[in-house]
Design a protein around this ligand. Structure first.
Ligand code: FES
Length: 104
């Protein structure tokens, strides 16, 4: 299990290996905390900063990497809609802080 805390919303949840954060938030009916729109690595509305434990996440795929590079995102930034618990070693606590629009 991967423990995830989303700030500033103050949401804490657990992800099974391979489970997408977006799906867990859908189940909780709290998906609005990620400000998602396209859900598919196209719009970047869901940009977040990983404060710790990023190695507990599956690395960005080609689509996410392309968009992060286009944005000039820093190495601790990810697309919230693409976050998925790693299949191995998912003991980390991931702290996700939302990035306000225009505050990269
Ligand atoms: S919701 Fe569009 S990139 Fe994540």
């Amino acid at each position: 299990m991967l423990s995830v805390r989303i700030e500033p919303a103050g949401i804490a949840l657990q992800l099974e290996p391979g489970e997408r954060l977006l799906d867990a938030l859908d189940d909780l009916e709290r998906v609005e905390v990620l400000a998602v729109s396209c859900r598919a690595a196209n719009c970047a509305r869901c940009l977040v900063r990983i404060h710790q434990g990023g190695d507990g996440l599956v690395p960005p795929d080609a689509d996410e990497t392309r968009l992060l590079q286009m944005l000039g995102a820093s190495s601790d930034q990810r697309l919230g809609c693409q976050l998925r618990a790693a299949f191995e070693g998912s003991q980390a606590v991931v702290s996700v802080r939302l990035v306000a629009a225009g505050a990269r």
